[in-house]
Design a protein around this ligand. Structure first.
Ligand code: GLY
Length: 364
């Protein structure tokens, strides 16, 4: 099992560990018992993950002497809302939860974000542990303490920064991950290569077949590398005042495309298209060599992610969504561009005409 330490302040009061390995459940339970004692552990999970892993995890924790309950929520983004938070809070109170209760988020991004948010506000804050079961969760959303639920007006509009007490990424969970979900995670992994690590980008270029076969040793190396990159960024800029924005590479346009498609495009697919658009924009504005932008497009295609925007997604409509986003964010849209692979920067003012023509050029 690999261990990374996340240091969020100089006195290390807010430090925690990310542990990554394969089939680490029993060691994880021992570590939780030793390092995170609590009178009640509430495992929050969705109906799909519960069926596969929730009950067995809770049984193993109970066998180890830990007072554990399971709180199931419906699977899917539509459960990521305040109604689910209120229902979970009510169930916690019925079980006698108090401020010492520790929540355990067992699932993907929805479960992780929602459980973290509940932990941030339940009895003015309780601790939680992230146990991500998806590739996106393991390389991105479970690390860094962003928590949120959606509002009818948009995703993640209610949230808080609340760091987990620990993150355990067990690669065994990836064995049962549906193909589309796995490929979603590859978009975030490619992103880390582009924004921070050309070696990782090259590793993906040369080994995509093995990655898609879910080669265990390769996945361990990749998940560890991505967690290392993310934690280094979060250590410097936990609250996204500057540097952390680079983690949004491909996401600004990606979110707009995802929403404009009525969520027919998955998050990873939107981000993949957004990354190609950001690379093409970087190239059109003279920052990035055209062949480097081409490498990004080819790697996205190798991963089985889309490289063309469906003809029914009109650039004007996508630009309209970007403008609405801009209003929400104080008039400034922070576009992450790249000078070369591994060298991102944030650009505040790109004209609609440039974005529109890049989108037009990517239409199928
Ligand atoms: N997923 C982007 C971030 O955590 O900042």
């Amino acid at each position: 099992m690999k261990t990374l330490k996340v240091h969020l302040d100089k006195k290390a009061v807010l430090s925690h560990e990310i542990r990554i390995g394969r089939s680490i459940r029993d060691r994880m339970i021992l570590l939780i018992a030793k390092n995170h004692p609590a009178p009640l552990y509430a495992v929050v999970t969705d109906s799909n993950v519960n069926r596969l892993y929730g009950r067995t995890l809770a049984d193993a924790m109970i066998q180890a002497g830990l007072n554990t309950s399971v709180l199931e929520i419906p699977a899917g983004e539509s459960a990521k809302n305040m109604a689910t938070v209120l229902s979970l809070a009510t169930r916690l109170l019925e079980q006698g939860a108090d401020r010492q209760t520790l929540l355990i988020a067992l699932g993907g991004g929805v479960v992780g974000d929602l459980t973290g948010f509940l932990a941030a506000i339940f009895m003015r804050q309780v601790g939680y542990i992230q146990l991500p079961t998806t590739l996106v969760g393991q390389v991105d959303s479970a690390v860094g303490g962003k928590t949120a639920v959606d509002l009818p007006q948009g995703k993640n509009l209610l949230g808080a920064f609340h760091q987990p007490r620990a993150v355990f990424a067990d690669l065994q969970f990836l064995d049962t991950l549906p193909e589309r979900e796995f490929v979603n995670g590859l978009a975030e992994i490619i992103k880390y290569g582009i924004i921070e690590d050309e070696k990782l980008f090259g590793l993906l270029e040369n080994n995509m077949d093995a990655v898609l076969r879910r080669d265990p040793a390769l996945l361990l190396k990749i998940v560890e590398t991505c967690c290392r990159i993310k934690k280094s960024i979060v250590e410097i800029d936990e609250r996204e005042q500057g540097l952390r924005r680079i983690l949004n590479f491909g996401h600004t346009l990606g979110h707009a495309l995802e929403a404009e498609s009525g969520y027919r495009l998955s998050h990873g697919e939107g981000v993949a298209l957004g990354m190609i658009a950001a690379a093409n924009l970087s190239s059109a504005l003279g920052y990035l060599a055209a062949d480097e932008a081409g490498r990004i497009g080819r790697l996205v295609a190798q991963a089985g992610l889309p490289t063309r925007i469906d003809a029914d997604l009109r650039p004007e409509a996508v630009l309209g969504r970007l403008k609405a986003d801009k209003k929400k964010k104080d008039g400034a849209l922070h576009f992450v561009l790249v000078k070369k692979i591994g060298m991102p920067f944030v650009n505040g003012g790109i004209g609609d005409d440039k974005i529109g023509s890049v989108l037009e050029g990517m239409r199928a």
